[in-house]
Ligand binder design. Structure first.
Ligand SMILES: [Zn+2]
Length: 224
């Protein structure tokens, strides 16, 4: 298995380690960790630091994530290089059709949708070769569903009002920053425009998290 190249940023990892991240993003981070020994190691370091910090300095009543981040970044060890021995365990294998190839904790959450064909009504086509799953959940304000892109199919130009995150569960896609394959995370801040396009022979399926609204744009970049 190839190791992920694109990781959650430090703020997300620390938020996850400290238990202060919102539930939807924590689900995405936890799933990425199943694929990524490097981030598992970093989270373990943050958890140690966080535990030590809380033992030494009881949390002031209004200390938020920002203060915690500053303190933790100051004492942060350098990332350890990923070694061949540290390869992640293979996600639990199952039969040929297999949402079960998705690791826990996400596996328990996922519907059958990941293994269903696009013409059975489970998927909603938003543009040619691009679908959103009918399955959708909201976790502490974060909308969670699956995004599916056929080979070379572009997601229509869009903008979002808050964070958008993608985690690749199958296949690969590309954007202006690179190519994302199994376990990779793409994180787009609110207000940014970006494109995405299927970049594997099989359909690319991603866990899709959205904090705000999704606004599709016309050819001139104006909201539709
Ligand atoms: Zn990682």
């Amino acid at each position: 298995m190839t190791l992920p190249l694109h990781h959650p940023d430090e703020e997300l990892l620390i938020g996850y380690a400290s238990g202060q991240e919102r539930a939807g993003k924590s689900l995405l981070v936890a799933t990425h960790l199943a694929y990524c020994p490097d981030c598992r190691q970093r989270v373990a370091s943050y958890e140690d630091l966080c535990g030590a910090w809380f033992e030494e300095l009881p949390c002031p009543p209004h200390a938020g994530l920002d203060g915690l981040l500053d303190r933790m970044m100051a004492g942060l060890p350098a990332a350890a290089p990923v070694t061949a021995e540290a390869a992640p365990p293979r996600p639990a294998a199952a039969g040929p059709s297999s949402g079960r190839l998705v690791p826990e904790p996400l596996r328990s959450w996922l519907p059958e949708a990941i293994d269903t064909p696009t013409d059975d009504g489970t998927w909603r086509e938003i543009s040619r070769g691009v679908w959103l799953s009918g399955w959708e959940r909201t976790l502490s304000g974060t909308r969670i569903c699956l995004l599916r892109m056929a080979a070379d199919a572009p997601v229509p130009a869009h903008r979002h009002t808050a964070d958008e995150l993608l985690l690749v569960l199958r296949g690969a896609f590309s954007d202006e920053y690179g190519r994302y394959a199994l376990g990779d995370v793409a994180h787009y801040a609110g207000g940014t425009d970006h494109y995405a396009r299927g970049a594997s022979e099989e359909d690319c399926i991603c866990l899709f998290l959205l904090d705000g609204d999704l606004i599709f744009l016309d050819e001139d970049g104006n909201p539709l």
